[in-house]
Each structure stands twice: as C-alpha cells, then as structure tokens.
Design a protein around this ligand. Structure first.
Ligand SMILES: NC(=O)c1ccc[n+]([C@@H]2O[C@H](COP(=O)([O-])OP(=O)(O)OC[C@H]3O[C@@H](n4cnc5c(N)ncnc54)[C@H](O)[C@@H]3O)[C@@H](O)[C@H]2O)c1
Length: 387
C-alpha cells in the first residue's frame, strides 16, 4: 500500500494513476474538504483531462483520501508532493515540507520507502528530509529508504504526462536508488534511475532554469524586433530548427514553479559567495519580471491614440491567470500588469474566460466584457485592440 501526501494539482493525478495501476493508495491532505470530495468520487481539479474518470472509478476503493497521517500507518511507500514556497527575499520556506516529513516520520517503519517529488533546492532530500525522518522515527537511513523523483507534469495534461514522459528517480543512498526504481517501475512506464537524489533534484532545476532563461531571451528578442519594425513571429518560425528553439514572448513567467526554481540555485550560490556563477539566472528573472512594465508602457501608448482623457479610457486586460487555461493566479504576471496600470491611475478592467463577474469583483477588480472597452490587451495573444 502507498501513501501520496498532498492531493493538489500534482499529487492527485499521481495518486489516481497509481490507483489505476492496481495499487491501494491512501491520499493524505490537510484539506478535509478536498479529501471528502475525492472520497465521494468528485474531482476537485476539473481542468485536469481524464482525472474525472479515474476519481469516479477508484474513489473509496483503490483511492482513499484522509487528512490523518495515522491512517497511512500500514503503507510501505510514502510519496510527498506538497508545495515549497519562497519568502519575499526568495529564500525557500520549508515549513509545509517539514510538517509532511515529520508526520511521516511518526508512522515510519523499518523497510519503508519515502520519495520526495516536490521541486526543492539541491541536497534537500539527502540532508534536510533525511534529518526530519531520522529525528521523528528514531530510525537511520539504511533502516528505511529515501529517494527523490521530480514531478514533471503540466496541469491539464498530467495523466498523459505521467504515462508517457520520462521520469527519473535517484536515491539518498545506493540501496534507496534500487528500491525506488523497483517500486516506481510498476506504475511508471518510462522510468530512469540516476546516480543520486541530488542529480534527480538538479534535473528538475535545470529544466526550470532553461525555461526561464529562454523565455527571457524570447522577450528580449521580441522587444528588439518590435523596435526595429520586424515581425518577431515570422522570424521565429524560420529561426527555429533542431539546434535553435526560441520560446514565445510573454508578460513574464508566473505560477508556482518556473519563477521559483532559479532562486533555489541563486540563493545556494550566494551562500557560497559565488555570485558570479548565477548572473544569467538572476538577469533572466529580472527581465521576465520587468515585462509587465514594458506592456504597461505599450498599453499607455495605445491609449494616447484615443481622443479622451487618459484616466477615462476603459482598458480591458483579457486573461489574468498565470497561464492560459489554468485557473491559478499564483505569481500571475497578468495580475501584476493590472495592478501596475491601476497604480498609474488608469481605468483598468478585467476579463477572463475562467472567472465569473462575481469572482473577479470579489478580488477587488473591475469586470468588463472586452467589447465594451476602449482598449483591449490580450495577455496570452499579446495583442492590442481598440474597440
Ligand atoms: N502543478 C504543477 O503543474 C506542478 C508541476 C511540477 C511540479 N510540481 C510540484 O508539486 C508541488 C505541489 O504543487 P501542486 O500544484 O500540487 O500544489 P497545490 O497547491 O495544488 O496542492 C498542494 C496540496 O498539498 C496540501 N498540503 C499542504 N500542506 C500539507 C501537509 N502538511 N500535509 C498534507 N497535505 C498538505 C494542500 O492542501 C494541497 O491540496 C509544487 O510545489 C511543485 O514542486 C507541480
């Protein structure tokens, strides 16, 4: 029997896929409402393709959700996928992770395997998670197994990603590596064992940094092309080939993941006094975060073409989520753009297909359908239109 700790956008699809592979899964989540919904066969993440069917099929049978760690005392495998946030100074805040590991430590038995899947700073598994488990369980690594496997899903496509995308596992010691490989290969078709937990952790961070730096590059090239009167998209189409993959420009990079991961490495190098090793990562972060100022300026320029006082022009920002199609506002740069324009004293409204008028107004924002605005900025298409 396996336990999946954290039934969020990443954990619940994973728990459902493991249950669908024929295993009994106990899902642990501090959110009682989410547990209760899951046990009734109601999918708390409706935007996740294919999850409805899996929850209906396995709820209360192969998949049982509970807020109590004691209910998982008979599990031999614990998979942890709770969030890790960063504070206002970009330092990782381990409190949620520590709570999960210490609770597992209390029910941990000899021979059990604990696998961390949350994206974490280097060495978290081998040093920090190990310490929490050893302190609570009074067992030593060797008496239990500990490993890391990065979650590489994308909300909306998690089920197919889990079934097809290469997944890596690495142990805190050699035995843990072998153990996690043996356990995971029963429900992960495309599985790869790497030499250590730290390598597995770094794989995910590399991926996040690559995305952030390349989005920053696309944003920079987009601004340059626009200044020179060049069609960026036409150029990009022919520039891209096997060795060149220019990303899409944007209002910046949002969500729980990519904007956080470069900081894990920046902070780690700063602790070692190696500031120069992470110059590019830091610059990419700054460039992406500054994109809202660029777009705000473009919107103001568009407004100036209208013969009305600036503060009377109705500006509609279309799309406020951090990514198109995902109802999530965490570190949304589109929301940051709304805030910036409002601070400039402009008359800013918001429209998003995923939110009702009431939901938008509850956030303290003004709702307007695009056809009733003077200027519409589409945050995903990056298009400006005058109505
Ligand atoms: N969502 C993604 O697309 C994605 C992709 C790759 C990796 N990840 C990784 O997964 C992690 C979790 O992301 P998510 O999107 O699932 O977050 P989420 O906010 O959707 O879900 C987290 C869940 O953990 C629960 N939780 C919090 N504290 C807990 C505790 N002490 N014990 C048990 N449950 C607890 C919350 O109630 C919530 O249901 C991220 O931090 C990231 O490292 C997410």
């Amino acid at each position: 029997m396996l336990a999946v700790v954290g039934l969020g956008k990443a954990g619940l699809p994973l728990a459902a896929v493991i249950a669908d592979s024929g295993f009994k899964v106990i899902g642990i989540d501090v959110d009682e409402k989410k547990c209760e919904m899951t046990n009734r066969g109601v999918n708390p993440i409706p935007e996740e393709t294919g999850l409805d069917e899996l929850i209906k099929k396995h709820a209360g049978k192969n998949l049982v959700a509970t807020p109590r760690y004691e209910d998982a005392a008979n599990c031999e495998v614990f998979i942890v996928i709770v969030p890790l946030f960063v504070d206002e100074n970009h330092n990782p805040d381990f409190r949620v992770l520590e709570n999960a590991f210490r609770n597992i430590g209390k029910v941990l038995k000899k021979g059990d395997l604990v696998v961390l899947e949350t994206t974490v700073p280097p060495m978290t598994t081998e040093i920090i998670a190990r310490k929490w488990l050893e302190e609570e369980s009074r067992l030593k690594l060797g008496e239990f197994y500990l490993a890391y496997s990065p979650e590489r899903i994308m909300t909306g496509y998690s089920i197919s990603r889990l079934k097809e995308f290469p997944k890596v596992v690495g142990g805190a010691d050699k035995e843990s590596g072998m153990k996690v490989f043996e356990v995971y290969r029963d429900f992960v078709p495309n599985l790869h064992l790497v030499s250590s937990a730290r390598v597995a952790e770094f794989i995910k961070l590399m991926e996040g940094c690559y995305r952030d730096v390349n989005v920053a590059l696309a944003n920079e090239l987009f601004k340059v092309a626009d200044e020179l009167g060049i069609d960026f998209y036409e150029a990009r189409q022919y520039a891209n080939h096997e060795y060149c993959h220019i990303h899409m420009p944007s209002t910046g990079v949002g969500g729980h993941c990519i904007p956080l991961y470069p900081w894990f490495l920046i902070k780690e190098m700063e602790k070692k006094g190696k500031f120069g090793y992470v110059k590019l990562l830091r610059t990419a972060r700054e460039l992406n975060d500054e994109m809202v100022s660029y777009w705000a300026e473009r919107i103001v320029m568009e407004c100036m073409k209208i013969s009305k006082p600036l503060n009377e022009i109705k500006i509609c920002i279309k799309g406020i989520t951090f990514r198109e199609g995902v109802k999530e506002l965490y570190h949304s740069r589109n929301l940051a753009l709304v805030k910036l324009l409002t601070e400039k004293g402009l008359n800013v409204f918001v429209y998003d297909d995923l939110f009702t008028k009431e939901e938008i107004e509850k956030m303290g924002l003004k709702y307007l359908e695009p056809e009733n605005a003077d200027v519409v900025f589409d945050c995903f298409e990056l298009t400006m239109s005058k109505v």
